[in-house]
Design a protein around this ligand. Structure first.
Ligand code: KIV
Ligand code: ZN
Length: 387
């Protein structure tokens, strides 16, 4: 059986852009949108057009430029929101409206001051209204993670009957455990009449650090789309990170899922978003962090120098990182020192390596990370320059 194709829905320019301090101007958003298109995302959610004239304008511009990815605009289950979203994406080659409403008791009773029946009716009405403008309508059941499964199934069944092409099951507060989220998706698969007429989407937040794990549990139980952001940015602790979910599906070929992502663009995509949004990437961030392919302890360095796979499960070239790096610190060993000497064009005779290593440790204790410039001075004393 061929692998199942999972749709990658990027929401860096909507959920990601909600992060305080990460707002972009229209030109910057266009640059990010074009890079996302080259990365190969199936869908990009590029804004919430009713929220401001600036957001409307950037969604409109992006919609007229992007040709290969579906361009999606967010709305609440409110007619005016839907009209403005439809107008903003009118020129898109592949337009999608993303509309929805809160379905957990907390959202229904505390936020919306409503009832379950009324929320279901509003969701259905929003989907029907959006269908007047576009064929492709995605419905989100906000806070689905904390929504009672029986009621969630009723809402999802009703919105699919109303024409929703994609049903988004957000874990808005990042509350679910991976098996709970997986069971929720399975429950919908098994209990919603017409579920095969729509794609189930995951949209997992990272409040407990489980966004990526929950997204994978979602697709393992029948979801066909993952909503995620570059570097995992988004409201509060962020969303599932695109680079993580994509590389998990790729590395675990036993899961039998494919995405259309050009993984060699992941590192540059991460740098672009980080720079434009003024949001540094933590060095230990999986896949794209500065240390993701850096080895600093002597034991690890010795292993990696002998065979990269001893301590790396991903070839850095696959994600657009030139090579693994051996960082020289006071925890490094002789193998790493010798390796770096060769890289810098020095041949270190066996009899001097011990002495050089002692001197290296003194520098390392003082400087923490030993740079090539320090090493060149050190090697020049005794090593033979070969190149
Ligand atoms: O987290 C969430 O529930 C959302 C919806 C608007 C899809 O971002
Ligand atoms: Zn969200």
């Amino acid at each position: 059986m061929p692998n199942k194709r999972i749709q990658i829905f990027d929401t860096t320019l909507r959920d990601g852009e909600q992060v305080p301090g990460c707002q972009l101007n229209t030109e910057e958003k266009i640059e990010v949108a074009q890079a996302l298109e080259s990365l190969g995302v199936d869908v990009m959610e590029v804004g919430f057009p009713i929220s401001s004239p600036g957001d409307f304008e950037s969604v409109q511009k992006i919609a007229s430029i992007i040709k290969n990815s579906t361009v999606c605009a967010l709305s609440r289950a409110v007619e005016k929101d839907i009209e403005v979203a439809a107008e903003a994406i009118a020129k898109a080659a592949r337009p999608r409206i993303h509309t929805g409403i809160g379905t957990s008791d907390s959202h229904i009773f505390d936020k919306l001051k409503s009832t379950r029946e009324n929320v279901l009716e509003r969701g259905v009405a929003a989907v029907k209204y959006a269908k007047r403008f576009v064929e492709d309508v995605e419905f989100y059941a906000e806070d689905a993670g904390r929504t009672d499964n029986e009621y969630l199934a009723q809402v999802i069944e009703a919105v699919i009957a109303a024409g929703a092409t994609v049903v988004n099951i957000p874990d808005t507060t990042g509350y679910c455990l991976p098996w709970q989220y997986g069971e929720k998706i399975k429950f919908l698969k098994e209990n919603v009449i017409g579920i095969d007429n729509a794609i189930i989407s995951t949209h997992c937040h990272n409040d407990l650090g489980l966004a990526t794990a929950n997204s994978i549990a979602g697709v393992a139980n029948g979801a066909g789309q993952i909503e995620c952001t570059i570097n995992g940015i988004g409201e509060r602790a962020g969303n599932a990170s695109l680079e993580e979910v994509v590389m998990i599906l790729r590395q675990h070929s036993d899961l039998k899922f494919d995405t259309g992502i050009n993984t060699k663009c992941l590192k540059s995509m991460s740098e672009l978003v980080s720079t434009k949004m003024r949001m540094p990437v933590q060095p230990n961030k999986a896949i794209v962090g500065a240390n993701a392919f850096a080895h600093s302890s002597g034991i690890h360095q010795d292993g990696v120098i002998k065979s990269r796979e001893t301590y790396e499960i991903i070839d850095p070239l696959e994600v657009g990182v030139d090579e693994s790096s051996i960082v020289l610190t006071a925890r490094s060993g002789r193998a790493a020192l010798n390796y770096r000497a060769k890289k810098l064009g020095f041949d270190v005779p066996r009899e001097v390596i011990e002495e050089l290593y002692k001197q290296f440790l003194v520098i390392a204790d003082e400087k923490k990370v030993v740079q090539d410039s320090d090493l060149i001075v050190l090697f020049s004393q005794t090593a033979v320059k070969t190149a």
